[in-house]
Design a binder for this molecule. Structure first.
Ligand SMILES: *[C@@H]1O[C@H](CO)[C@@H](O)[C@H](O)[C@H]1NC(C)=O
Ligand SMILES: *[C@@H]1O[C@H](CO)[C@@H](O)[C@H](O)[C@H]1NC(C)=O
Ligand SMILES: *[C@@H]1O[C@H](CO)[C@@H](O)[C@H](O)[C@H]1NC(C)=O
Ligand SMILES: *[C@@H]1O[C@H](CO)[C@@H](O)[C@H](O)[C@H]1NC(C)=O
Ligand SMILES: *[C@@H]1O[C@H](CO)[C@@H](O)[C@H](O)[C@H]1NC(C)=O
Length: 238
């Protein structure tokens, strides 16, 4: 075995103790990930990291390499995550990457970069929130979304599933463009507790599906009843 291995701990100690340039362990697993139409930079504390560590985040677009923009919201954060969505001068049509540095007192860690993230191909859609209204013998299902205000227009559709509780037979309605309602005809035989849920289909080059929303259930008995959504996400008669 070479001598380098044996000397490494001592060299590390000297580096850490060197006056004027104290070092901190670099943050680990610096990753850009998408959730709910947004993008987050996440990381883990460096090995043997001190208690009182804060983090500073910046990002860079592939169009302006070497120009790092500070993310003011996350300057001095103690969290291990920073939203990189809807930032000043951000261009979501081009790839970008993030970088994070740990700071404790006058000690600084090296800056660690993530890989590049391509919003249009890597964004993860969230399921819609369904608003359900009954009109005579039809259920009208309207999707709503809470989208980031800076989100570019995306090709979003949604698919509704409808079924009678306790049966394994779910009816999947065809993908419908975001903004248009889905109408479910109710037959005279449609009675008992029924449930609905939906997922988003985002198509860029190939379709990408969100998880399904939580099921909303309602009791169908007499046509013409008026339904409200309870705080538990159930639908009940008034
Ligand atoms: C951090 O990254 C390393 C190497 O990429 C991986 O082995 C490890 O599982 C990751 N840790 C966590 C908590 O994600
Ligand atoms: C933690 O950091 C803050 C700000 O840098 C400093 O004021 C405080 O004294 C530190 N606390 C400890 C326990 O080091
Ligand atoms: C999803 O993002 C929107 C805005 O971007 C936000 O209002 C909403 O609370 C988020 N939902 C979840 C479940 O995080
Ligand atoms: C499943 O549901 C569809 C539409 O509600 C119905 O036409 C079909 O007969 C059902 N199949 C079974 C096996 O219950
Ligand atoms: C909502 O539905 C769930 C599952 O069927 C049930 O356990 C719960 O009691 C319902 N809540 C209300 C407020 O009706």
């Amino acid at each position: 075995m070479s001598g380098a291995g044996r000397w490494a701990p001592l060299i590390l100690c000297l580096l850490q103790a060197a006056p004027g340039s104290p070092h901190l362990a670099p943050p680990l697993n610096v990753t850009l990930l998408s959730q709910n139409f947004s993008v987050y930079l996440t990381w883990l504390p460096g090995l043997g990291s001190l208690q009182n560590v804060t983090y500073f985040v910046s990002y860079q677009g592939s169009f302006t390499p070497r120009r790092w923009q500070k993310v003011e919201k996350c300057a001095g954060t103690r969290a291990l995550v920073c939203s990189l969505m809807c930032l000043k001068k951000q261009d979501l049509y081009n790839k970008f990457k993030g970088r994070v540095q740990a700071v404790s007192g006058s000690a600084r860690s090296p800056k660690v970069q993530s890989k590049y993230f391509d919003y249009l191909s890597e964004v993860e859609p969230a399921p819609p929130i369904l608003v359900v209204t009954q009109m005579e013998k039809i259920l009208g299902v309207n999707p709503t979304y809470q989208l980031p205000p800076c989100m570019p227009p995306l090709d979003l559709k949604y698919e509704v599933e409808f079924w009678k509780e306790g049966t394994g037979n779910k009816t999947l309605f065809p993908a419908t463009p975001h903004g248009q309602p889905v109408y479910i005809p109710l037959q005279l035989t449609t009675s008992g507790r029924h449930c609905l849920r939906a997922r988003t289909v985002y198509t860029f080059i190939s379709p990408k599906y969100s998880d399904f929303s939580k099921s909303s259930c309602l009791v169908l008995e007499v046509p013409g009843l008026f339904w409200i959504q309870t705080s538990f996400g159930n639908l009940s008669a008034q």
